[in-house]
Design a protein around this ligand. Structure first.
Ligand SMILES: NC(=O)c1ccc[n+]([C@@H]2O[C@H](COP(=O)([O-])OP(=O)(O)OC[C@H]3O[C@@H](n4cnc5c(N)ncnc54)[C@H](OP(=O)(O)O)[C@@H]3O)[C@@H](O)[C@H]2O)c1
Length: 250
């Protein structure tokens, strides 16, 4: 299973921390060639050194998904071609809907929706030009599929990302490009680990049917299914990975 990844190049955006860095380790373990992209190049280079020490082939590209020129340059810099895009760069904004500022709204939508589209489009143009086809995995969220208090801008951006996924899957199927969305529930990373020990974090875990918080390793199988030839007949779906959070009782 996933043997085809050994012949593939994977561009991962937002690879400088959290899920993106974890996804890089997963693909490296499966023998894929990697291109790591984000704004904090020094963090990408630290991860590159670690993965190269483990035998992986890893390039680093500077990328700001809110800047069209940066997107174009980053996508064209990846060699020899791009087979898989993990469109993961994102920002989270919290706050009551009555108080969201226009600049927070813009930053959230510019990164999570406009930026996600610009990267997908640049990669798909390259796949179409080079006649390779490929797989795009957009990292959405369960907040795309169900309302969550205090997350209006973020949820709207992720709902946009999930619907965009279906539109692009339809548009690009003829070019052999599959487009799917992975919708994680709450996943523990270094940055939020403390939260799940607070009363709010423990209450959140208690509300989740499987009564546990997700880990990056829980995303491995679903991510590789969508990215690799194992999912060759799957396009245009949202795949929630959330311990049943979406089906919690009303
Ligand atoms: N953790 C969760 O529980 C969870 C659940 C569902 C969905 N998600 C989604 O998973 C993705 C990763 O989240 P995370 O939890 O791993 O957060 P994180 O640790 O804050 O990582 C976010 C990544 O996005 C990059 N990024 C942000 N703005 C960017 C920009 N303008 N251009 C390029 N890169 C940018 C950051 O890199 P630089 O700052 O170096 O640019 C960073 O590598 C996001 O799309 C998030 O919405 C996370």
């Amino acid at each position: 299973m996933f043997e085809d990844l050994k012949r593939k190049t994977v561009l991962i955006t937002g690879a400088s921390s959290g899920l993106g860095a974890g996804f890089a380790e997963i693909f490296a373990r499966h023998g894929a060639r990697l291109a790591l992209a984000a704004r904090r190049v020094e963090k990408l280079e630290a991860l590159q050194r670690k993965l190269v020490d483990g035998g992986a082939d890893v390039q680093v590209v500077a990328l700001d998904v809110t800047d069209e020129n940066s997107v174009e340059a980053a996508v064209n810099a990846v060699t020899p071609h791009i087979d898989i895009l993990v469109n993961n760069a994102g920002v989270a904004t919290f706050g009551r809907s009555l108080e969201i500022s226009a600049s927070d709204w813009d930053k959230t939508l510019d990164t999570n929706l406009r930026g996600l589209f610009l990267v997908a489009q640049a990669v798909a143009r390259r796949m179409e030009r080079e006649g390779t086809g490929g797989s795009i995995v957009n990292i959405s969220s369960i907040t795309a599929l169900r309302a969550s208090r205090g997350l209006a801008a973020y949820s709207a951006s992720k709902a946009g990302a999930s619907h965009l996924t279906k539109c692009l899957a339809l548009d690009w199927a003829a070019h052999g490009i599959r487009v799917n969305a992975l919708c994680p529930g709450y996943i523990e990373t270094e940055m939020n680990a403390g939260f799940f020990e607070t009363p709010e974090g423990l209450a959140l875990i208690a509300r989740t049917p499987m009564k546990k918080i997700g880990r990056i390793s829980d995303l491995e199988g679903p991510l590789l299914l969508l990215a690799s030839d194992a999912g060759r007949h799957i396009t245009g779906i949202d795949l929630p990975v959330d311990g049943g959070h979406l089906v919690s009782s009303l």
